[in-house]
Design a protein around this ligand. Structure first.
Ligand SMILES: [Zn+2]
Length: 112
């Protein structure tokens, strides 16, 4: 069960008490000091979460993404050669086997 996350503009004391109440109900056997520690930890991590949200905005969540595990195929910018994306290597770091140019990630295969 994930802990609640601080809302925008929420006070620390308000969030922590809300978080403790939530966690007590979710895990009744958990010691109080442990619950408090978890909630303070969640509060400290709030900036990371908000940063992630900010980064996600404007990128078109759910759209095709590039990078590790993102794209299905890699396409050569120069000669148009397409190959299956090796998930361990970003397409940008993959060299075209035909001409040696940089490749980009894509989910749409043009040629077959
Ligand atoms: Zn090429």
């Amino acid at each position: 069960m994930p802990l609640p996350t601080p809302r925008k503009g929420e006070e620390q004391s308000h969030f922590v008490s809300r978080c403790i109440a939530f966690e007590k109900e979710a895990s009744p056997g958990r010691p109080e000091d442990q619950v408090q520690a978890m909630c303070y930890e969640a509060w400290r991590n709030r900036e990371i979460g908000q940063m992630r949200q900010a980064l996600g905005e404007g990128q078109g969540q759910g759209g095709p993404r590039q990078g590790i595990g993102g794209a299905k195929y890699c396409r050569c910018l120069k000669c148009g050669y397409e190959m299956e994306h090796n998930r361990n290597t970003p397409c940008q770091e993959t060299k075209c086997p035909k001409c040696g140019s940089s490749m980009i990630g894509t989910n749409i295969k043009k040629a077959s």
